[in-house]
Design a protein around this ligand. Structure first.
Ligand code: PAN
Ligand code: ZN
Length: 193
């Protein structure tokens, strides 16, 4: 099969997007990496996390920012790859955030692997959506979002969000999510806390 590839001319340089695998290539692509060292307080068993190899990669994000951060009316685009793994029985996951401009929404879609998307309202009611290749997820405004890799391979998903959304990590750092995703005897379990 010929891989689907799209070229987006952007900021006077071209970006190639390999849709089937979510890979972005080009001078304007910004890559960020989150290792266990960057995830203090994210997992329930903080003592275990801090005793593990801090260089272990948990997830990476490749983004394109066609307009200035904070500008109204533009869109940002990124793919996230969460490696397989656990801290104790809790699966590797993203930090998670509300958007700073809290009413702004976002689309996610599954590209590879198996995941769980946790969606939490401001009143801390939570729901979970299963992420698989081809699944589509609308994250409404005022909703914190975190993704969890519950499979044995990297879990890759795409995201598109408004360029003025911003990321509020602080509220989640202080209050956490009201559910955790753990490896249970019969597979992943979403456990309310
Ligand atoms: C995504 C996330 C990405 C990494 O692009 O930023 O998956 O998750 P954290 O930002 O929570 O570390 C997104 O939701 N953008 O708004
Ligand atoms: Zn977001």
């Amino acid at each position: 099969m010929i891989p689907m590839q799209t070229s987006i001319p952007i900021l006077n340089s071209s970006i190639d997007f390999e849709f089937a695998v979510g890979l972005l290539h080009g001078a304007a692509v910004v890559d960020e990496y989150r290792t266990l060292a960057d995830l203090e307080g994210v997992f329930d068993d903080e003592d275990l996390r801090s005793s593990m190899d801090p260089t272990i990669l948990v997830y990476s994000v490749s983004c394109v920012f066609p307009v200035k951060n904070g500008k109204e009316g533009g869109l940002f685009f990124g793919t996230t790859s969460i490696r397989p793994g656990t801290v104790g029985d809790e699966y590797f996951m993203t930090k998670g955030h509300f958007h700073s401009k809290i009413d702004t929404a976002e689309f996610y879609w599954g590209i590879k692997g198996e995941g769980v998307l946790l969606l939490m309202n401001e009143d801390r009611t939570i729901r979970a959506e299963r992420m698989v290749p081809g699944s589509l997820h609308y994250i409404p405004g005022r909703t914190a979002h975190r993704t969890v890799n519950v499979g044995e391979e990297p879990m890759i998903f795409g995201a598109c969000w408004p360029s003025d959304a911003g990321h509020n990590y602080e509220k989640i750092r202080q209050e956490g999510f009201s559910a955790r995703v753990r490896r249970g005897p019969h597979g992943p379990e979403v456990v309310e806390v």
